[in-house]
Design a protein around this ligand. Structure first.
Ligand code: PEP
Ligand code: MG
Length: 590
Protein backbone atom coordinates (compact mmCIF):
# COMPACT_ATOMS: atom_id res chain seq x y z
CA UNK A 1 0.00 0.00 0.00
CA UNK A 2 1.41 3.38 -0.96
CA UNK A 3 0.79 5.88 1.78
CA UNK A 4 3.48 8.45 1.26
CA UNK A 5 2.68 11.70 -0.46
CA UNK A 6 4.76 14.81 -0.43
CA UNK A 7 2.45 17.59 -1.64
CA UNK A 8 5.43 19.83 -2.42
CA UNK A 9 6.95 17.28 -4.72
CA UNK A 10 4.96 14.13 -5.46
CA UNK A 11 8.03 12.48 -7.02
CA UNK A 12 10.23 12.99 -4.00
CA UNK A 13 11.37 9.99 -2.04
CA UNK A 14 9.84 10.25 1.41
CA UNK A 15 12.96 8.87 3.05
CA UNK A 16 15.12 11.59 1.54
CA UNK A 17 12.77 14.39 2.41
CA UNK A 18 12.03 13.56 6.01
CA UNK A 19 12.92 17.05 7.17
CA UNK A 20 10.65 18.61 4.55
CA UNK A 21 6.91 18.96 4.83
CA UNK A 22 5.44 15.52 4.38
CA UNK A 23 2.02 14.03 4.80
CA UNK A 24 1.28 10.36 5.42
CA UNK A 25 -2.12 8.87 4.80
CA UNK A 26 -3.86 6.08 6.71
CA UNK A 27 -7.29 5.51 8.22
CA UNK A 28 -8.58 7.94 10.82
CA UNK A 29 -10.15 5.64 13.41
CA UNK A 30 -10.52 7.92 16.41
CA UNK A 31 -11.65 11.47 15.81
CA UNK A 32 -10.00 14.69 16.86
CA UNK A 33 -6.68 16.39 16.29
CA UNK A 34 -3.34 16.29 18.04
CA UNK A 35 -0.18 18.34 17.65
CA UNK A 36 2.86 16.91 19.37
CA UNK A 37 6.27 15.26 19.18
CA UNK A 38 6.66 11.77 17.79
CA UNK A 39 7.65 8.94 20.11
CA UNK A 40 8.67 6.14 17.74
CA UNK A 41 8.27 2.79 19.49
CA UNK A 42 9.19 -0.80 18.83
CA UNK A 43 7.43 -3.80 20.31
CA UNK A 44 9.79 -4.03 23.29
CA UNK A 45 9.27 -0.39 24.12
CA UNK A 46 5.56 -0.99 24.41
CA UNK A 47 5.99 -3.63 27.07
CA UNK A 48 7.52 -1.40 29.71
CA UNK A 49 5.71 1.14 31.84
CA UNK A 50 5.48 4.60 30.30
CA UNK A 51 4.99 7.70 32.31
CA UNK A 52 6.34 11.17 32.42
CA UNK A 53 7.99 12.34 35.59
CA UNK A 54 7.33 15.46 37.56
CA UNK A 55 10.45 17.69 37.67
CA UNK A 56 11.24 16.87 41.27
CA UNK A 57 11.52 13.14 40.45
CA UNK A 58 14.02 13.50 37.58
CA UNK A 59 17.18 13.42 39.68
CA UNK A 60 16.12 10.24 41.52
CA UNK A 61 15.18 8.55 38.24
CA UNK A 62 18.63 9.31 36.80
CA UNK A 63 20.24 7.77 39.87
CA UNK A 64 17.97 4.74 39.46
CA UNK A 65 19.11 4.25 35.88
CA UNK A 66 22.79 4.84 36.68
CA UNK A 67 22.64 2.29 39.49
CA UNK A 68 20.89 -0.25 37.27
CA UNK A 69 23.56 0.23 34.58
CA UNK A 70 26.41 -0.25 37.02
CA UNK A 71 24.91 -3.22 38.82
CA UNK A 72 24.25 -4.89 35.44
CA UNK A 73 27.85 -4.17 34.53
CA UNK A 74 29.15 -5.69 37.76
CA UNK A 75 26.95 -8.72 37.17
CA UNK A 76 28.43 -9.21 33.70
CA UNK A 77 31.99 -8.71 34.94
CA UNK A 78 31.42 -11.33 37.66
CA UNK A 79 29.98 -13.62 35.03
CA UNK A 80 33.03 -13.27 32.79
CA UNK A 81 35.37 -13.96 35.73
CA UNK A 82 33.51 -17.09 36.69
CA UNK A 83 33.36 -18.56 33.18
CA UNK A 84 34.55 -22.18 33.22
CA UNK A 85 37.85 -22.79 31.49
CA UNK A 86 36.23 -24.83 28.76
CA UNK A 87 33.64 -22.13 27.92
CA UNK A 88 33.70 -21.12 24.25
CA UNK A 89 36.00 -18.22 23.61
CA UNK A 90 33.17 -16.32 21.82
CA UNK A 91 31.20 -16.18 25.05
CA UNK A 92 33.88 -14.22 26.85
CA UNK A 93 34.10 -11.89 23.85
CA UNK A 94 30.32 -11.31 23.83
CA UNK A 95 30.33 -10.52 27.55
CA UNK A 96 33.14 -8.09 26.93
CA UNK A 97 31.12 -6.34 24.20
CA UNK A 98 28.14 -6.12 26.54
CA UNK A 99 30.25 -4.57 29.29
CA UNK A 100 31.57 -2.04 26.79
CA UNK A 101 28.09 -1.20 25.55
CA UNK A 102 26.96 -0.54 29.09
CA UNK A 103 29.70 2.03 29.47
CA UNK A 104 29.13 3.57 26.04
CA UNK A 105 27.97 7.19 26.32
CA UNK A 106 25.58 6.58 23.40
CA UNK A 107 23.60 4.28 25.63
CA UNK A 108 24.10 5.71 29.09
CA UNK A 109 24.35 9.46 28.47
CA UNK A 110 21.68 9.68 25.79
CA UNK A 111 19.28 7.68 27.93
CA UNK A 112 19.91 9.98 30.88
CA UNK A 113 19.26 12.90 28.54
CA UNK A 114 15.83 11.48 27.63
CA UNK A 115 14.99 11.35 31.34
CA UNK A 116 16.27 14.88 31.85
CA UNK A 117 14.76 16.53 28.79
CA UNK A 118 11.66 14.53 28.02
CA UNK A 119 10.86 13.47 31.58
CA UNK A 120 10.58 9.81 30.49
CA UNK A 121 10.77 7.18 33.21
CA UNK A 122 13.97 5.11 33.11
CA UNK A 123 12.48 2.03 31.39
CA UNK A 124 10.89 4.10 28.66
CA UNK A 125 14.05 6.17 28.09
CA UNK A 126 16.20 3.05 27.93
CA UNK A 127 14.00 1.16 25.45
CA UNK A 128 13.69 4.25 23.22
CA UNK A 129 17.44 4.81 23.12
CA UNK A 130 18.18 1.08 22.81
CA UNK A 131 15.85 0.82 19.87
CA UNK A 132 17.47 3.78 18.14
CA UNK A 133 20.95 2.28 18.57
CA UNK A 134 19.83 -1.19 17.48
CA UNK A 135 18.28 0.28 14.33
CA UNK A 136 21.44 2.26 13.59
CA UNK A 137 23.54 -0.89 13.90
CA UNK A 138 21.21 -2.91 11.69
CA UNK A 139 21.56 -0.32 8.93
CA UNK A 140 25.38 -0.65 8.81
CA UNK A 141 26.89 -2.48 5.81
CA UNK A 142 29.57 -4.28 7.78
CA UNK A 143 28.25 -7.65 8.95
CA UNK A 144 30.15 -7.65 12.24
CA UNK A 145 28.80 -4.24 13.21
CA UNK A 146 25.31 -5.12 11.99
CA UNK A 147 25.20 -7.97 14.45
CA UNK A 148 25.96 -5.62 17.33
CA UNK A 149 22.30 -4.50 17.07
CA UNK A 150 21.36 -7.79 18.71
CA UNK A 151 23.89 -7.13 21.50
CA UNK A 152 22.28 -3.78 22.19
CA UNK A 153 18.89 -5.43 22.54
CA UNK A 154 20.28 -8.05 24.94
CA UNK A 155 22.03 -5.46 27.07
CA UNK A 156 18.88 -3.33 27.24
CA UNK A 157 16.87 -6.34 28.31
CA UNK A 158 19.34 -7.10 31.09
CA UNK A 159 19.19 -3.56 32.41
CA UNK A 160 15.39 -3.55 32.18
CA UNK A 161 15.36 -6.65 34.27
CA UNK A 162 17.39 -4.91 36.94
CA UNK A 163 15.18 -1.82 36.72
CA UNK A 164 11.99 -3.81 37.09
CA UNK A 165 13.53 -5.35 40.21
CA UNK A 166 14.03 -1.89 41.65
CA UNK A 167 10.41 -0.84 41.09
CA UNK A 168 7.88 -3.26 39.74
CA UNK A 169 5.16 -1.17 38.15
CA UNK A 170 4.81 2.49 37.43
CA UNK A 171 3.06 4.48 40.06
CA UNK A 172 0.66 6.53 38.04
CA UNK A 173 0.59 9.25 40.70
CA UNK A 174 3.91 10.24 39.23
CA UNK A 175 2.40 11.03 35.86
CA UNK A 176 2.20 14.71 35.33
CA UNK A 177 1.82 16.50 32.06
CA UNK A 178 4.97 18.49 32.49
CA UNK A 179 6.17 18.64 28.89
CA UNK A 180 4.72 19.04 25.41
CA UNK A 181 2.20 16.51 24.05
CA UNK A 182 3.54 13.25 22.65
CA UNK A 183 2.19 11.13 19.81
CA UNK A 184 3.01 7.42 19.75
CA UNK A 185 4.20 6.04 16.40
CA UNK A 186 4.34 2.23 16.34
CA UNK A 187 4.11 -0.65 13.93
CA UNK A 188 1.15 -1.96 15.85
CA UNK A 189 -0.14 -1.68 19.40
CA UNK A 190 -1.89 -4.63 20.96
CA UNK A 191 -5.10 -3.96 22.90
CA UNK A 192 -3.26 -4.94 26.11
CA UNK A 193 -0.52 -2.39 25.37
CA UNK A 194 -3.14 0.26 24.71
CA UNK A 195 -4.50 -0.33 28.18
CA UNK A 196 -0.96 -0.02 29.58
CA UNK A 197 -0.45 3.24 27.71
CA UNK A 198 -3.66 4.73 29.11
CA UNK A 199 -1.79 6.18 32.09
CA UNK A 200 0.82 7.88 29.96
CA UNK A 201 -1.56 10.52 28.61
CA UNK A 202 -0.41 10.42 25.01
CA UNK A 203 -2.05 12.94 22.70
CA UNK A 204 -2.47 10.57 19.75
CA UNK A 205 -1.61 7.21 18.17
CA UNK A 206 -0.23 6.38 14.74
CA UNK A 207 0.22 2.76 13.69
CA UNK A 208 1.38 1.09 10.49
CA UNK A 209 -1.06 -1.81 10.87
CA UNK A 210 -4.65 -2.13 12.04
CA UNK A 211 -8.13 -1.39 10.80
CA UNK A 212 -11.06 0.73 11.96
CA UNK A 213 -12.57 -2.07 14.05
CA UNK A 214 -9.33 -3.50 15.42
CA UNK A 215 -9.36 -3.41 19.20
CA UNK A 216 -6.48 -0.92 19.13
CA UNK A 217 -8.77 1.53 17.34
CA UNK A 218 -11.64 0.75 19.69
CA UNK A 219 -9.52 1.43 22.77
CA UNK A 220 -8.16 4.68 21.25
CA UNK A 221 -11.74 5.85 20.72
CA UNK A 222 -12.65 4.93 24.27
CA UNK A 223 -9.68 6.99 25.50
CA UNK A 224 -10.87 9.95 23.42
CA UNK A 225 -7.45 10.12 21.80
CA UNK A 226 -7.23 10.64 18.03
CA UNK A 227 -5.66 7.81 16.08
CA UNK A 228 -4.63 7.01 12.53
CA UNK A 229 -3.93 3.37 11.63
CA UNK A 230 -2.88 1.48 8.49
CA UNK A 231 -0.14 4.01 7.71
CA UNK A 232 2.10 1.40 6.09
CA UNK A 233 5.50 3.01 6.53
CA UNK A 234 5.24 5.61 9.24
CA UNK A 235 7.94 4.12 11.44
CA UNK A 236 10.54 4.30 8.71
CA UNK A 237 9.57 7.84 7.82
CA UNK A 238 8.88 9.59 11.10
CA UNK A 239 11.84 10.17 13.39
CA UNK A 240 11.69 10.27 17.15
CA UNK A 241 11.10 13.89 18.16
CA UNK A 242 9.60 15.03 14.82
CA UNK A 243 6.78 17.48 15.23
CA UNK A 244 3.52 15.92 14.02
CA UNK A 245 -0.01 17.01 13.35
CA UNK A 246 -2.39 14.08 13.62
CA UNK A 247 -5.71 14.56 11.88
CA UNK A 248 -8.00 11.77 13.09
CA UNK A 249 -10.85 13.04 10.90
CA UNK A 250 -9.07 12.76 7.57
CA UNK A 251 -6.60 10.03 8.54
CA UNK A 252 -3.56 12.21 7.81
CA UNK A 253 -0.33 12.79 9.69
CA UNK A 254 1.70 15.89 8.81
CA UNK A 255 5.39 15.59 9.61
CA UNK A 256 7.27 18.76 10.58
CA UNK A 257 4.43 21.04 9.51
CA UNK A 258 4.73 24.72 8.70
CA UNK A 259 3.78 27.29 11.31
CA UNK A 260 0.72 28.21 9.21
CA UNK A 261 -0.47 24.58 9.29
CA UNK A 262 0.04 24.41 13.02
CA UNK A 263 -2.06 27.56 13.38
CA UNK A 264 -4.81 26.18 11.10
CA UNK A 265 -4.93 22.93 13.03
CA UNK A 266 -4.95 24.67 16.38
CA UNK A 267 -8.08 26.47 15.18
CA UNK A 268 -9.64 23.24 13.92
CA UNK A 269 -8.88 21.52 17.23
CA UNK A 270 -10.40 24.41 19.13
CA UNK A 271 -13.56 24.29 17.00
CA UNK A 272 -13.76 20.53 17.49
CA UNK A 273 -13.61 20.94 21.26
CA UNK A 274 -16.31 23.64 21.12
CA UNK A 275 -18.60 21.50 18.95
CA UNK A 276 -18.21 18.58 21.36
CA UNK A 277 -19.01 20.86 24.29
CA UNK A 278 -22.14 22.18 22.49
CA UNK A 279 -23.47 18.62 22.07
CA UNK A 280 -23.73 18.25 25.82
CA UNK A 281 -26.93 20.38 25.67
CA UNK A 282 -28.84 17.35 24.31
CA UNK A 283 -27.55 14.97 26.97
CA UNK A 284 -30.76 14.97 29.00
CA UNK A 285 -33.17 15.32 26.07
CA UNK A 286 -35.34 12.21 25.66
CA UNK A 287 -33.89 10.04 22.94
CA UNK A 288 -36.66 9.67 20.40
CA UNK A 289 -37.18 10.13 16.71
CA UNK A 290 -39.46 12.78 15.22
CA UNK A 291 -42.18 10.13 14.90
CA UNK A 292 -41.93 9.22 18.56
CA UNK A 293 -39.92 5.97 18.50
CA UNK A 294 -37.82 5.66 21.64
CA UNK A 295 -34.22 4.70 20.91
CA UNK A 296 -32.02 3.25 23.66
CA UNK A 297 -28.46 4.62 23.61
CA UNK A 298 -26.03 2.56 25.64
CA UNK A 299 -22.29 2.60 26.29
CA UNK A 300 -19.54 0.13 25.41
CA UNK A 301 -16.81 0.06 28.03
CA UNK A 302 -13.56 -1.86 28.39
CA UNK A 303 -12.73 -1.13 32.03
CA UNK A 304 -14.91 -0.33 35.06
CA UNK A 305 -13.63 3.24 35.45
CA UNK A 306 -15.17 4.18 32.08
CA UNK A 307 -18.61 3.98 33.63
CA UNK A 308 -18.29 7.63 34.73
CA UNK A 309 -17.70 8.69 31.13
CA UNK A 310 -20.72 6.67 30.05
CA UNK A 311 -22.92 8.51 32.52
CA UNK A 312 -21.43 11.90 31.63
CA UNK A 313 -22.56 11.30 28.05
CA UNK A 314 -26.08 10.31 29.03
CA UNK A 315 -25.82 6.53 28.46
CA UNK A 316 -29.02 4.73 29.45
CA UNK A 317 -27.03 1.71 30.53
CA UNK A 318 -24.00 -0.34 29.56
CA UNK A 319 -24.70 -2.26 26.35
CA UNK A 320 -21.32 -3.99 26.27
CA UNK A 321 -18.70 -4.36 28.98
CA UNK A 322 -15.77 -6.13 27.29
CA UNK A 323 -14.74 -8.09 30.40
CA UNK A 324 -11.65 -9.56 28.71
CA UNK A 325 -9.80 -6.29 29.32
CA UNK A 326 -9.72 -7.23 33.02
CA UNK A 327 -7.77 -10.33 32.01
CA UNK A 328 -5.28 -8.78 29.60
CA UNK A 329 -1.84 -7.25 30.19
CA UNK A 330 -1.11 -9.43 33.23
CA UNK A 331 0.37 -12.86 33.89
CA UNK A 332 -2.28 -14.14 36.31
CA UNK A 333 -6.05 -14.41 36.00
CA UNK A 334 -8.30 -12.07 37.99
CA UNK A 335 -9.81 -13.88 40.97
CA UNK A 336 -13.56 -14.23 41.53
CA UNK A 337 -13.37 -11.49 44.16
CA UNK A 338 -11.48 -9.09 41.89
CA UNK A 339 -13.95 -9.65 39.06
CA UNK A 340 -16.89 -9.33 41.42
CA UNK A 341 -15.61 -5.93 42.64
CA UNK A 342 -15.19 -4.70 39.05
CA UNK A 343 -18.67 -5.82 37.92
CA UNK A 344 -20.28 -4.59 41.13
CA UNK A 345 -18.66 -1.16 40.69
CA UNK A 346 -20.33 -0.77 37.29
CA UNK A 347 -23.68 -2.26 38.38
CA UNK A 348 -23.79 -0.02 41.40
CA UNK A 349 -22.81 3.12 39.46
CA UNK A 350 -25.50 2.53 36.82
CA UNK A 351 -28.12 2.47 39.58
CA UNK A 352 -30.64 0.02 38.15
CA UNK A 353 -29.98 0.74 34.47
CA UNK A 354 -29.00 -2.35 32.49
CA UNK A 355 -25.35 -3.40 32.66
CA UNK A 356 -24.60 -5.95 29.97
CA UNK A 357 -21.39 -7.76 30.78
CA UNK A 358 -19.93 -9.94 28.09
CA UNK A 359 -18.18 -13.08 29.23
CA UNK A 360 -14.53 -13.42 28.33
CA UNK A 361 -13.97 -12.87 24.60
CA UNK A 362 -10.33 -13.84 24.40
CA UNK A 363 -8.74 -14.82 21.08
CA UNK A 364 -8.18 -13.15 17.69
CA UNK A 365 -6.41 -9.84 18.44
CA UNK A 366 -7.03 -10.09 22.21
CA UNK A 367 -4.67 -12.51 23.92
CA UNK A 368 -3.86 -13.44 27.48
CA UNK A 369 -0.22 -12.87 28.46
CA UNK A 370 -0.19 -16.29 30.12
CA UNK A 371 -1.27 -18.03 26.89
CA UNK A 372 1.93 -19.26 25.29
CA UNK A 373 0.60 -20.76 22.07
CA UNK A 374 -1.03 -18.82 19.26
CA UNK A 375 -3.50 -20.65 17.04
CA UNK A 376 -2.72 -20.85 13.33
CA UNK A 377 -5.75 -18.70 12.63
CA UNK A 378 -6.81 -17.18 15.94
CA UNK A 379 -9.92 -15.39 14.62
CA UNK A 380 -11.29 -18.80 13.63
CA UNK A 381 -9.88 -20.72 16.57
CA UNK A 382 -10.56 -21.21 20.24
CA UNK A 383 -12.08 -17.78 20.81
CA UNK A 384 -14.73 -16.37 23.17
CA UNK A 385 -17.36 -18.94 24.23
CA UNK A 386 -15.31 -21.72 22.62
CA UNK A 387 -12.35 -20.74 24.81
CA UNK A 388 -14.49 -20.48 27.95
CA UNK A 389 -16.14 -23.86 27.46
CA UNK A 390 -12.69 -25.39 26.98
CA UNK A 391 -11.63 -23.91 30.35
CA UNK A 392 -14.68 -24.52 32.55
CA UNK A 393 -12.93 -23.63 35.81
CA UNK A 394 -12.00 -20.20 34.56
CA UNK A 395 -15.48 -19.70 33.08
CA UNK A 396 -17.14 -20.77 36.31
CA UNK A 397 -15.10 -18.21 38.26
CA UNK A 398 -16.35 -15.48 35.96
CA UNK A 399 -19.96 -16.67 36.08
CA UNK A 400 -19.94 -16.71 39.89
CA UNK A 401 -18.51 -13.18 39.96
CA UNK A 402 -21.19 -11.99 37.50
CA UNK A 403 -23.99 -13.60 39.48
CA UNK A 404 -22.75 -12.11 42.73
CA UNK A 405 -22.65 -8.66 41.11
CA UNK A 406 -26.23 -9.15 39.90
CA UNK A 407 -27.37 -8.57 43.50
CA UNK A 408 -26.17 -4.94 43.16
CA UNK A 409 -27.85 -3.78 39.95
CA UNK A 410 -29.38 -4.95 36.69
CA UNK A 411 -26.56 -7.15 35.43
CA UNK A 412 -27.18 -9.06 32.18
CA UNK A 413 -24.83 -11.78 30.91
CA UNK A 414 -23.83 -11.67 27.25
CA UNK A 415 -22.21 -14.69 25.56
CA UNK A 416 -19.88 -13.84 22.65
CA UNK A 417 -19.30 -15.58 19.33
CA UNK A 418 -22.04 -18.16 19.53
CA UNK A 419 -22.18 -20.57 16.59
CA UNK A 420 -24.48 -23.37 17.70
CA UNK A 421 -27.19 -24.20 20.23
CA UNK A 422 -24.96 -26.59 22.17
CA UNK A 423 -22.86 -23.59 23.21
CA UNK A 424 -25.97 -21.76 24.41
CA UNK A 425 -27.17 -24.78 26.38
CA UNK A 426 -23.71 -25.41 27.88
CA UNK A 427 -23.41 -21.79 29.02
CA UNK A 428 -26.95 -21.78 30.46
CA UNK A 429 -26.21 -25.05 32.24
CA UNK A 430 -23.08 -23.63 33.83
CA UNK A 431 -24.93 -20.49 34.93
CA UNK A 432 -27.61 -22.64 36.57
CA UNK A 433 -24.94 -24.74 38.29
CA UNK A 434 -23.27 -21.60 39.62
CA UNK A 435 -26.64 -20.37 40.89
CA UNK A 436 -27.14 -23.62 42.82
CA UNK A 437 -23.66 -23.32 44.31
CA UNK A 438 -24.28 -19.74 45.41
CA UNK A 439 -27.68 -20.64 46.90
CA UNK A 440 -26.06 -23.45 48.87
CA UNK A 441 -23.51 -20.94 50.16
CA UNK A 442 -26.26 -18.38 50.97
CA UNK A 443 -24.68 -15.83 48.63
CA UNK A 444 -27.08 -13.34 47.05
CA UNK A 445 -27.68 -13.12 43.29
CA UNK A 446 -30.50 -12.30 40.86
CA UNK A 447 -32.21 -15.63 40.04
CA UNK A 448 -33.85 -14.28 36.85
CA UNK A 449 -30.70 -12.82 35.41
CA UNK A 450 -31.07 -12.22 31.65
CA UNK A 451 -28.75 -14.23 29.42
CA UNK A 452 -28.16 -12.93 25.92
CA UNK A 453 -26.02 -13.87 22.95
CA UNK A 454 -23.89 -11.96 20.52
CA UNK A 455 -24.80 -12.36 16.88
CA UNK A 456 -21.41 -12.15 15.24
CA UNK A 457 -21.00 -15.42 13.38
CA UNK A 458 -23.08 -15.50 10.15
CA UNK A 459 -24.29 -19.04 10.94
CA UNK A 460 -26.17 -17.74 13.96
CA UNK A 461 -27.69 -14.82 12.06
CA UNK A 462 -28.79 -17.06 9.17
CA UNK A 463 -30.44 -19.65 11.44
CA UNK A 464 -31.45 -17.21 14.17
CA UNK A 465 -34.81 -18.68 15.31
CA UNK A 466 -33.75 -21.19 18.00
CA UNK A 467 -31.27 -18.66 19.39
CA UNK A 468 -33.90 -15.93 19.56
CA UNK A 469 -36.18 -18.39 21.33
CA UNK A 470 -33.66 -19.70 23.86
CA UNK A 471 -31.90 -16.45 24.77
CA UNK A 472 -33.35 -13.46 26.63
CA UNK A 473 -31.83 -10.85 24.32
CA UNK A 474 -29.57 -10.53 21.29
CA UNK A 475 -26.74 -8.12 20.58
CA UNK A 476 -25.35 -7.79 17.07
CA UNK A 477 -21.56 -7.58 16.99
CA UNK A 478 -21.07 -6.12 13.55
CA UNK A 479 -17.28 -5.86 13.89
CA UNK A 480 -17.04 -9.61 13.74
CA UNK A 481 -20.21 -10.21 11.76
CA UNK A 482 -18.71 -8.18 8.90
CA UNK A 483 -15.31 -9.87 9.29
CA UNK A 484 -16.78 -13.38 9.13
CA UNK A 485 -19.44 -12.63 6.49
CA UNK A 486 -17.05 -10.97 4.08
CA UNK A 487 -14.04 -13.11 4.99
CA UNK A 488 -11.95 -10.02 5.77
CA UNK A 489 -9.61 -9.82 8.75
CA UNK A 490 -10.75 -6.72 10.63
CA UNK A 491 -7.18 -6.01 11.80
CA UNK A 492 -5.48 -6.36 8.42
CA UNK A 493 -4.68 -2.97 6.89
CA UNK A 494 -4.21 -4.50 3.44
CA UNK A 495 -7.86 -5.52 3.15
CA UNK A 496 -9.41 -2.73 5.19
CA UNK A 497 -10.85 -1.09 2.06
CA UNK A 498 -12.91 -4.27 1.52
CA UNK A 499 -14.34 -4.16 5.04
CA UNK A 500 -17.76 -2.87 4.04
CA UNK A 501 -20.53 -2.40 6.66
CA UNK A 502 -22.96 -1.54 3.84
CA UNK A 503 -22.51 -4.80 1.95
CA UNK A 504 -26.06 -6.07 1.20
CA UNK A 505 -25.20 -9.44 2.79
CA UNK A 506 -24.31 -7.72 6.07
CA UNK A 507 -27.42 -5.53 6.00
CA UNK A 508 -29.65 -8.54 5.35
CA UNK A 509 -28.16 -10.40 8.35
CA UNK A 510 -28.72 -7.37 10.58
CA UNK A 511 -32.29 -6.98 9.29
CA UNK A 512 -33.19 -10.63 9.80
CA UNK A 513 -31.79 -10.61 13.35
CA UNK A 514 -33.83 -7.51 14.22
CA UNK A 515 -36.95 -9.10 12.70
CA UNK A 516 -36.42 -12.29 14.71
CA UNK A 517 -36.26 -10.16 17.85
CA UNK A 518 -39.64 -8.66 16.98
CA UNK A 519 -41.18 -12.09 16.26
CA UNK A 520 -39.91 -13.66 19.47
CA UNK A 521 -40.39 -10.52 21.53
CA UNK A 522 -36.70 -10.28 22.45
CA UNK A 523 -34.74 -7.07 22.55
CA UNK A 524 -32.03 -6.66 19.92
CA UNK A 525 -29.20 -4.18 20.23
CA UNK A 526 -26.19 -3.51 18.04
CA UNK A 527 -22.86 -3.03 19.80
CA UNK A 528 -20.33 -3.12 16.95
CA UNK A 529 -18.60 0.05 15.77
CA UNK A 530 -21.44 0.70 13.28
CA UNK A 531 -23.64 1.74 16.21
CA UNK A 532 -21.39 4.69 17.07
CA UNK A 533 -20.94 5.96 13.53
CA UNK A 534 -23.43 8.81 13.26
CA UNK A 535 -23.35 8.60 9.47
CA UNK A 536 -24.98 5.15 9.80
CA UNK A 537 -27.62 6.01 12.43
CA UNK A 538 -30.41 6.60 9.93
CA UNK A 539 -29.57 3.43 8.05
CA UNK A 540 -29.80 1.39 11.27
CA UNK A 541 -33.05 3.08 12.30
CA UNK A 542 -34.36 2.19 8.85
CA UNK A 543 -33.41 -1.44 9.50
CA UNK A 544 -35.64 -1.29 12.59
CA UNK A 545 -32.91 -1.00 15.23
CA UNK A 546 -33.99 0.69 18.46
CA UNK A 547 -31.01 -0.10 20.74
CA UNK A 548 -27.53 1.16 19.98
CA UNK A 549 -24.41 0.57 22.10
CA UNK A 550 -21.21 2.50 21.41
CA UNK A 551 -18.17 4.25 22.84
CA UNK A 552 -19.43 6.82 25.39
CA UNK A 553 -18.02 9.74 23.41
CA UNK A 554 -20.10 8.80 20.38
CA UNK A 555 -23.47 8.77 22.16
CA UNK A 556 -24.33 12.44 21.73
CA UNK A 557 -23.43 12.49 18.02
CA UNK A 558 -25.73 9.53 17.44
CA UNK A 559 -28.42 11.10 19.58
CA UNK A 560 -28.26 14.22 17.43
CA UNK A 561 -29.13 12.02 14.40
CA UNK A 562 -31.90 10.17 16.23
CA UNK A 563 -33.58 13.45 17.16
CA UNK A 564 -33.84 14.43 13.47
CA UNK A 565 -34.99 11.07 12.09
CA UNK A 566 -38.36 9.87 10.76
CA UNK A 567 -38.21 6.09 11.18
CA UNK A 568 -41.20 5.33 8.96
CA UNK A 569 -39.72 7.06 5.95
CA UNK A 570 -36.34 5.45 6.64
CA UNK A 571 -37.83 1.96 6.90
CA UNK A 572 -39.50 2.27 3.52
CA UNK A 573 -36.32 3.54 1.86
CA UNK A 574 -34.15 0.78 3.36
CA UNK A 575 -36.65 -2.00 2.62
CA UNK A 576 -36.69 -0.93 -1.04
CA UNK A 577 -32.88 -1.10 -1.29
CA UNK A 578 -32.68 -4.46 0.49
CA UNK A 579 -35.43 -6.06 -1.58
CA UNK A 580 -33.83 -4.93 -4.80
CA UNK A 581 -30.35 -5.85 -3.58
CA UNK A 582 -29.07 -2.38 -4.45
CA UNK A 583 -26.62 -0.42 -2.30
CA UNK A 584 -28.11 1.98 0.22
CA UNK A 585 -27.51 5.62 -0.66
CA UNK A 586 -26.70 7.11 2.75
CA UNK A 587 -26.81 10.68 1.47
CA UNK A 588 -30.39 10.20 0.26
CA UNK A 589 -31.68 9.06 3.68
CA UNK A 590 -33.76 11.86 5.16
C1 PEP B 1 -18.25 -6.95 17.62
O1 PEP B 1 -17.68 -7.94 17.16
O2 PEP B 1 -18.95 -6.17 16.93
C2 PEP B 1 -18.11 -6.63 19.04
C3 PEP B 1 -18.80 -5.66 19.59
O3 PEP B 1 -17.19 -7.32 19.76
P1 PEP B 1 -15.61 -7.04 19.68
O4 PEP B 1 -15.39 -5.78 18.89
O5 PEP B 1 -15.11 -6.91 21.06
O6 PEP B 1 -15.11 -8.26 18.98
MG1 MG C 1 -16.84 -9.39 18.46
Amino acid sequence: MKNLVNPNNPNANAFESSSALLSLYGRGVAKGYAIGRAVVMGAAALEVPHYRLASELIAAEKVRLTEALSSTRLELEDLSKSLPLDAPIELAAVLQVHVMLLADPLLAEDTLRLIEERHYNAEWALTSQGQLLAEQFSAIDDEYLRERGADVRQVVERVLHTLVGTRSLASLDQVRNTTEPLIVVARDISPADMIRLRGAQFAGFVTDLGGPTSHTAIVARSMGVPAVVAMGLSRQTIRDGDLLILDGEQGVVWVNPSSQQIKDYQELAQRYVEERAALISIKDVSSQTLDGIHVGLYANIELPDEVELAMANGAQGIGLFRSEFLFMGRQDLPSEQEQFEAYKHVAHAMAGQPVTIRTLDIGADKTLDSEKTVAANPALGLRAIRYCLARPEMFMTQIRALLRASAFGRVRILIPMITNMQEVRAAQHMIRAAQSELSAQSIAFEPNIEIGGMVEVPAMAIAIEPFAQALDFLSIGTNDLIQYTLGIDRTDADVSSLYDPLHPAVLRLIASTINAGVRFNKSVSLCGEMAGDASLTKLLLGLGLTEFSMQPRQILDVKGMVLQAHTNALRTAIATSLNRGIPVDLAALK
